[in-house]
Each structure stands twice: as C-alpha cells, then as structure tokens.
Design a protein around this ligand. Sequence first.
Ligand SMILES: CC(C)(COP(=O)(O)OP(=O)(O)OC[C@H]1O[C@@H](n2cnc3c(N)ncnc32)[C@H](O)[C@@H]1OP(=O)(O)O)[C@@H](O)C(=O)NCCC(=O)NCCS
Length: 290
Amino acid sequence: MPDSSNNNVVEYRAFTLDDIPAAHALSASVKWRHRADDWRFAARLGDGLAAVDPAGALVGTALAFPFGANAATLGMFIVSPEHQRQGIGRALLDRLTAKLGSRTLLIHASNEGRPLCEQRGFTRIDTIQQHQGAAFQPPLVSLPPGERLRPIGAKDTPRLAELASRASGLDRSALLPQLLDVASGIALDRDGELIGFALFRRFGDGHVIGPVIAPESPDQSRAKALISYWLALNAGMFVRVDTPLRYGLSSWLEGLGLPLVDTIEQMALNGVPAADATLTQFALTSQAVW
Ligand SMILES: CC(C)(COP(=O)(O)OP(=O)(O)OC[C@H]1O[C@@H](n2cnc3c(N)ncnc32)[C@H](O)[C@@H]1OP(=O)(O)O)[C@@H](O)C(=O)NCCC(=O)NCCS
C-alpha cells in the first residue's frame, strides 16, 4: 500500500525469493557481507516485507523468523543509503511487528537501528561481540573428565534441535534441519550422551562458527573446545564468531587471532524467551536468526 509519509511514494509488499538479487545488492550497499545464498537461506526460513519505489526498485527490507508460536527474531532490516531518514525503516518495522502481534520479538540492533528500536519499546538484553579473522592454530583445550568431541550423525538431529531450543528458549525444531543442510557439526559427548555441539558453515566472504551450545564449565572449556575444533581444521581461513559479552570469550578469541571487529546490541520486546539455565548458547547462528 502507498505511504505518503516518504518523500517519494514507497509501497510495502511481501518479500519474495525473486527479490534476492536486489536484496543482495541492497545489503552490499550498507557493507553487509551476505552472499545471495545467505539471503536465500534467510528468505526460506522467514518472511517479511519489501519496500519498493514507484519504479519498482527495492529500497528496503525487513524479515521475521518465527520460532514456535510465541517468539520471532527480526533481521535483514535495511534501507538503501539514498532512501534513509525518510521514515521507511520505521514503516517497515511497524508493519512487520504489527503482523507478529504479541510474540516476544528479538533483534540485533546496530547503532543506526537502535534509536528506532528503543522508540518502539525494545530493551537491551546484552551486547554481541563480533570476532573475525584468519585464525592461527588454536591451543588444545582439555575437557572435563568423561567428555570428548565426536562427529555428529543424521540420527543426532532431534537431540541437536532439543539442545538448541533449550539453550535459546526458541523453538529450533525447524531451524536445525535447514542448518544441517548447509553446515558441518561437531558434538560434545559425555559418557555417551550428547550434551553440546558447534556448527560450521559458509557465510559472507568466509565461514561462521555457530551456534555453539553447551553447559557452562570452569573457564568455559566446553565452548572453547568446540570453537577450537573448527579453528584447528580451518587454520588461516577467514572465520567469524558472534558471542554474547556475558560469557567472556572475547579476549580468548582475540588471543587466537580473531579480533573484535564490531559490537551490536541484543534487544527484546514483549519479554525474553525462557531459556534453560543449565545450557548456554555461546555463539549465534547469525544475527538475524540468533
Ligand atoms: C537502520 C535503518 C534501517 C533505518 O532506516 P531509515 O529508513 O533511515 O529509518 P527512518 O527514516 O524510519 O528513521 C527512524 C528513526 O530512527 C532513527 N535513526 C535512523 N537512522 C539513524 C542514524 N543513522 N543514526 C541515528 N538514528 C537514526 C531516528 O530516530 C529516526 O527518526 P528521525 O529521522 O525522525 O530522527 C537504516 O539506517 C539502515 O539500513 N542502516 C544500515 C543497516 C542497519 O544498520 N540495519 C539495522 C539493523 S537493526
């Protein structure tokens, strides 16, 4: 529908897979490193809105990723630099959140997006520390007695979805199978029971380690062992890890040759998901889907 609050008349309609080439150019215009494949992955998981100018060109996007009936994450929220500060971002956010009703909504808010999120009632949960670089050979990390790393297999998928759901408080049963189509995984096993895991996949112009999920341990040795596994296998490759500040992994990652390159605020509206306190998600899947 037309929105005359903008300098030009912009229309808002459903985002479709046909928008991906233009959306990819849009994300590149704000220096996001997503590939067209990263957009395809996001667009298959979620749905959202496209803002188009009178000539039909894509000038803004915002997607929502529902996890169960009560929560959703928001992401891929972009307005082209030439069209910013004209109310398009606000219109996209308002239309998207109106469709999501009273769900708990989660967003990673950039410096540009945060004032708008705050105006709409989102409050801060934590800060994400984005580390990336070409890692050196990581040290060997000792695990607690009885624990070891092992490859994941096809029959582990339900358990991985269960752990991911408990750690995040979000229903990850649809996410995990889609992630496992494009990711490799390593499991943390304690006496034959799978208690944690880390996935590794292509993302942007490199790879991402995430999600990383395990129970907390002294010195976070479980998270470090899971991350180190992927770094050791990919020494010298461009790797990214997005980790919440409160778990204290940042200086360890810096020491491995993955500098802190950015921070972004985690924000929530309508409460926060009820996560299982005995499990922790140490690294994001991505900023869009948490
Ligand atoms: C964040 C973004 C989507 C906002 O889009 P937009 O169309 O420019 O936003 P609006 O014009 O609707 O602005 C709404 C309000 O947000 C705030 N805001 C927008 N851009 C801002 C900026 N660069 N710095 C500080 N505040 C900003 C202002 O309060 C603004 O209201 P005002 O113009 O009346 O003062 C856009 O800046 C963008 O694409 N940035 C790059 C990608 C990004 O950071 N995405 C956000 C992830 S949460």
